[in-house]
Design a protein around this ligand. Structure first.
Ligand code: F0G
Length: 463
């Protein structure tokens, strides 16, 4: 095997300055934002790993495509290019553009999901869960047990627990309007789902006559993991593998801000004409006419080109390697992370690193704040602040895991940026024992982590 580094398969064409705020500025920014990293201004962040969503760099071909954008209200040629690319990739006949992934979810769930029903998923991501619950339905997570064990090394920790899926369909089948599988499984550490698992989900959905949808945000990264980890796929192209994944489902929701390599956009694609027509009626109400769906014509061009570029083997090899590189650096320094690293992010296991902070005091949030305080690195808490369930008595049912996600935007940062991040993580980990927790001062009734105000719990406050 070639031992040389796997390099970025592109060179830099345009640059954007990043901020280098002093420690005092960072301290003040934390206080001002009530210790909620969503409250920081981007100009106060040096390396922004808050999300890989809509934050990536576009290619010269995407920018060139944007100049071809056709802004006609109806029947824009950019829509037909977009539709052709999505149909070729997914095989779904009905293609409905939306302004981002959650809009596709909202329209689909408003059409298919009713009060008292149950949506089954390996792990619902936050907005997906909120959109299901907003319909009065239960969002039930059925990821395989290994998906909840951060340290366990296994190739497909995003897989659905097929026995649990069967039990749920047996017990609640008439209340299940659709089954979803999220590829890769973002809330569970960006872990991939195997083709064998997708096939097993398809078979069960056929047996119980329930539609099967993919939450396809990171389909290309998932396809790459299938190629490199699953028997019989090594010689297939990422595109062929992605096409096979989509062929097993009845439809998908997609945020083009991830594997669409675009800064905004998404779509809903499916085969059922009747459902699609209902969805389009809702689309007109909330997003826009079906040939633009809340996007500019130039956005449709950028997404169409992005969906082609994201399946390039050199890109996917570099992409997964750059995440793995950060993972190796921090893990070799003794920092516990979700293993193996996922496709878009390194997830630090705060429960293992900060065992002295109970889930009620949000250890992963505390760690995320320290990464920012230490080096201006902004990650995101995916633990009991994001996924804990508030109870009437003011306590929370904690989340399954307490993670900090360091998401790597696509084609944005270089190896020296990542080296810097690794050093910040290691420096914070070295003083983990002296860190304290947080308490919530103010929170919204759903998706509270975006806007909650927090304050530090004094260390040694006699818990
Ligand atoms: N599904 C998954 C698995 C996601 O990760 C996201 C977004 C969505 C749906 C919604 O898509 O943002 O375009 O509306 N995840 C982003 C993140 C926000 O940071 O992981 P959207």
């Amino acid at each position: 095997m070639d031992k040389r580094p796997i390099i970025e398969p592109f060179r830099i064409h345009t640059v954007q300055a990043i901020a280098m705020p002093s420690r005092d500025v960072r301290e003040e920014a934390l206080r001002r934002s009530h210790y909620n990293l969503f409250g920081l201004r981007a100009g106060e962040v040096t390396i922004d790993l808050l999300t890989d969503s809509g934050t990536g760099a576009m290619s010269t071909r995407q920018w060139a495509g944007m100049m071809l954008g056709d802004e006609s209200y109806a029947g824009s040629s950019s829509f037909f290019r977009f539709e052709e690319v999505v149909r070729d990739l997914t095989g779904f006949s009905e293609v409905i553009p939306t302004h981002q992934g959650r809009a596709a979810e909202k329209i689909l769930f408003a059409t298919l999901v009713d009060d008292g029903q149950v949506v089954l998923n390996n792990n619902h991501f936050d907005t997906t869960r909120a959109n299901v619950e907003y319909r009065g339905a239960e969002a039930r997570d059925l990821v395989a047990a290994e998906g909840n064990d951060p340290a366990l090394v296994a190739p497909f920790k995003g897989d659905m627990d097929i026995d649990a899926l069967r039990s749920s369909l047996e017990a609640d089948g008439d209340r299940v309007p659709l089954v979803m599988v999220t590829v890769t499984n973002n809330a569970g550490g960006g872990q991939p789902v195997s083709m064998a698992n997708l096939r097993a989900v398809r078979e069960l959905c056929d047996e119980y006559s329930v539609p099967f949808f993919l939450d396809a945000c990171r389909f290309a990264e998932n396809a790459w993991f299938i190629k490199t980890r699953e028997e019989d796929y090594a010689d297939m192209t990422p595109k062929q593998i992605a096409q096979e994944m989509f062929s097993l489902a009845d439809g998908c929701t997609m945020s083009a801000k991830k594997d669409g390599l675009a800064n905004i956009g998404g779509f809903l694609a499916l085969n059922d004409e009747r459902v699609a027509s209902e969805c389009r009626n809702l689309l007109i109400l909330t997003e826009g006419f079906p040939t633009y769906g809340g996007l500019a014509g130039y956005d449709l061009e950028a997404i169409a080109q992005g969906l082609i570029e994201v399946l390039d083997e050199d890109y996917l090899r570099y992409r997964t390697r750059s995440v793995e590189y950060l993972a190796e650096k921090v893990a070799s320094g003794g920092v516990p992370i979700v293993q193996p690293p996922g496709g878009h992010a390194v997830f630090v296991d705060a429960r293992a690193l900060l065992p002295h902070i109970p889930p009620q005091e949000y250890p992963a949030h505390s760690l995320a704040v320290e990464f920012y305080r230490e080096g201006g690195v902004r990650g995101i808490e995916l633990g009991s602040l994001a996924f804990g369930v508030p109870q009437e008595d003011g306590t929370d049912v904690p989340a399954a895991m307490e993670l900090v996600r360091l998401a790597i935007p696509r084609r944005m940062y270089t190896q020296s940026h990542i080296d810097y991040v690794a050093e910040v993580v290691l420096d914070v980990a070295a003083r983990a024992g002296s860190m304290g927790g947080y308490r919530i001062v103010e929170q919204a009734p759903w998706l509270r982590h975006f806007t909650a105000r927090l304050e530090p719990v004094p260390v040694g406050s006699g818990r």
